[in-house]
Design a protein around this ligand. Structure first.
Ligand SMILES: [Zn+2]
Ligand SMILES: [Zn+2]
Length: 217
């Protein structure tokens, strides 16, 4: 699997293009402000985008869905049902940030936790990781050893929990139950910042190491 990153906007959001190296089948994950460059690559290289996969429904992760659909009209759009209310209220989110937003297409499919989304020889397991946003999912390619974690965990940090729909306890449960249970070598591709690994965050992330008393948050 080849993974390319397209970063953009004031939030520095990472959109990912994941291409099956054997078949050329591809998916777009969280098309944000970097979408124009992503769309240009799709067009220039005639990339076969099968689906747009959304980890959660914050505006910086979905604002490019319409543009990707413009060059891949048959691509399905996937989101977790719990994220739908926020996705559908995107005009309000856009207005809050003073952003002009293309209308977002209605999702075509709903993620089912535990199922996998397959493209070419790649297979992304859907893990339920709420806490930062309702219906947040993490997508894990176990054979390759990578996970697209959205805004659950970052290099040296974790997702914001001081925003509507967020809850720190729920987020910590998601990280410990769904992310730190992956092998240490798993590469984590986050919604913001550089990639990291499970092992790096397990021992080095100040939000995840035990407090001095030995207790886990
Ligand atoms: Zn977010
Ligand atoms: Zn984000």
């Amino acid at each position: 699997m080849e993974i390319r990153t397209f970063t953009g906007g004031g939030f520095g959001e990472n959109a990912y293009l994941a291409v099956c190296a054997d078949t050329g089948a591809a998916v777009v994950i969280d098309p944000g402000a970097g979408t124009p460059a992503l769309v240009a690559a799709i067009q220039a290289e005639q990339i076969d985008v099968r689906a747009i996969l959304l980890t959660h429904a914050h505006i910086d992760h979905v604002e490019g869905v319409f543009k990707v659909r413009g060059v891949a009209p048959d691509a399905s759009v996937w989101i977790h049902p719990d994220a739908l209310p926020m996705y559908r209220s995107m005009p309000n989110q856009a207005a809050m940030f003073g952003v002009d937003l293309d209308p977002l297409p209605e999702p075509t499919d709903h993620f089912v936790v535990g199922d996998s989304y397959d493209f070419g020889r790649c297979s992304l397991e859907v893990r339920f990781t709420p806490g930062h946003a309702p219906g947040h999912v993490t997508l894990c390619e176990h054979r390759v050893g990578v996970a697209f974690v959205g805004d659950v965990v970052f290099r040296g940090s974790i997702g914001r929990c001081d925003i509507p729909g967020a809850d720190l306890k729920t987020l910590m449960k998601s990280i410990r139950g769904q992310i730190l249970t992956l092998p240490d070598t798993t590469v984590l591709y986050a919604g913001h910042g550089p990639p990291t690994t499970v092992g790096t965050e397990r021992v080095g992330n100040p939000f995840l190491i035990p407090h001095y008393g030995g207790e886990l948050a």
